[in-house]
Unconditional design. Structure first.
Length: 451
């Protein structure tokens, strides 16, 4: 039986200490490192879309073939998300964050040195393992250092790195392509993550909530917690995991109470990433086919991502406040479907096209980033890496199929307007799935998240 705290109440747990303490410098440092990693992951993921026209011209690669290059990265990220997410619940988050960041940096360097289409395909797949493996670990770490009252917002801020990386990538890629060629884009995507991985070694702590699952690591918990809530650190109680909890594994995220949200979140993210990656990868091509310039095409992808950042800010505010977050997300996807259908009528005006794409990003990518933030709150600490990794793996299966389907439809002569109208269907299906979840399950309790 736990002893009473100094005030006579129940002694603090890591969960309650983090939730009640002010946000500290160490937590902010963790969030900044995660955001920078997210930016570089987003840049490296999107870089292939920016250099695709130049490589296609150099190596005479068709649009359909390049759809498989897009998907090679995403196939790697599917495998990486599932494998490294499961591993995170067994060995912790910190080491895997550092290793996966270094991994995608090294294979970006390999892409810069690629001498053939086949080599590029292989290196993009291997780099994707690192990009995908970073995601569940980075999101779990950010969620576990964030107080419950602002957790969705913090995770969403971390997720901003992906569209920000694409935005910066678009801005940097245009001059790099013009003055140094496509290989320079990959070199930039190699050096930055390798330097970040080196910086993480002394600066990145292990997740406190993960450490608190093992009573033998109490000294580490007290030391780290002393940097967040020094008045509670010495009294903190490390609760032993329930005997029936067992070893983390995929079967446990389909246990009673988690099966429905796991399935619906995975299906929703599949549909959402199918649509988002099809749009982001093929927007430059769709706009140029509609009569706009190559620069306008690149800025179309930038507009989508900027809209996503703005939209996710407002969605994340709501997620931390509403009783049934899936209903808010369902509304966002419904609005996204309408915005995408409207974009098909945008015509050949750059200003109109970019404005409509900004609106699409606001609802589609904004809801998607917030959906991922909600996912981190759905799973308890001991299954968080596994749960996030599984949902991300299924979702990223959609992201690897989407670009291939887009390339196939374009190669069959489907017009840009018709392709955009078809793109509204996945957004509508997301809205329906999340409506089902919203009416079936309220927000998870604090205790459910801790166990």
């Amino acid at each position: 039986m736990a002893e009473a705290g100094r005030d006579g109440g129940a002694p603090p747990t890591v969960e309650t200490a983090i939730d009640t303490a002010p946000l500290g410098r160490m937590q902010i440092g963790v969030f900044v490192l995660c955001i920078v990693a997210s930016v570089l992951d987003g840049f490296d993921t999107q870089s292939i879309a920016f250099v695709a026209p130049a490589i296609s011209a150099d190596w005479s690669v068709s649009q359909l073939a390049f759809g498989f290059v897009f998907s090679a990265t995403l196939l790697g990220s599917v495998v990486g998300s599932a494998a490294f997410g499961l591993l995170a619940d067994r060995i912790g988050r910190r080491r895997l964050i550092i290793a996966t960041t270094a991994m995608f940096g090294l294979f970006s360097a390999a892409c810069a040195l690629a001498a053939s289409f086949e080599q590029l395909l292989l290196f993009r797949f291997l780099g994707g393992l690192g990009m995908g493996g970073l995601i569940p670990n980075m999101l779990a770490l950010a969620a576990e250092y964030a107080p419950r009252r602002i957790r969705s917002r913090i995770v969403t801020f971390v997720l901003w790195g992906f569209p920000l990386g694409a935005v910066f990538g678009g801005m940097l890629s245009a001059p790099l392509l013009e003055h140094a060629g496509w290989r320079a884009v990959f070199w930039l995507g190699a050096v930055a993550p390798l330097l970040l991985a080196l910086a993480m070694i002394p600066l990145m702590p292990e997740s406190l909530r993960y450490l608190s699952l093992d009573p033998r690591r109490r000294d580490e918990v007290v030391r780290l917690l002393g940097r967040i809530a020094p008045d509670q650190a010495d009294e903190v109680v490390i609760e032993r995991p329930r005997a029936e909890a067992g070893k983390p594994g995929l079967a446990q995220i389909f246990a009673a109470g988690l099966a429905l949200p796991t399935l619906i979140l995975a299906i929703s993210l599949f549909l959402s990433l199918f649509l988002t990656y099809a749009l982001i990868n093929w927007t430059p091509t769709l706009l140029t086919k509609s009569g706009l310039s190559v620069s306008d095409g690149i800025f179309g992808a930038v507009a989508l991502n900027l809209g996503g950042i703005v939209g996710s800010y407002f969605f994340s505010q709501g997620l931390d406040r509403v009783a049934r977050p899936p209903l808010l997300l369902a509304a966002g996807y419904g609005a996204a479907a309408a915005a995408i259908a409207l974009t098909s009528l945008g015509g050949g005006s750059p200003a109109i096209a970019l404005s409509l794409l900004l609106l699409c990003g606001l609802f589609q990518i904004g809801a998607q980033l917030s959906l991922t933030a909600y996912t981190t709150a759905t799973f308890p600490v001991r299954l968080r890496g596994t749960g996030i990794g599984f949902v991300q793996a299924v979702g990223r299966t959609g992201s690897l199929i989407g670009p291939v389907v887009g390339g196939l439809l374009l190669s069959r002569g489907v017009e840009p307007g018709a392709l955009l109208r078809l793109s509204a269907i996945p957004a509508l299906l997301c809205a329906i799935a999340l409506l089902i979840l919203g009416f079936a399950r309220p927000r998870p309790s604090s205790r459910e998240n801790h166990q």
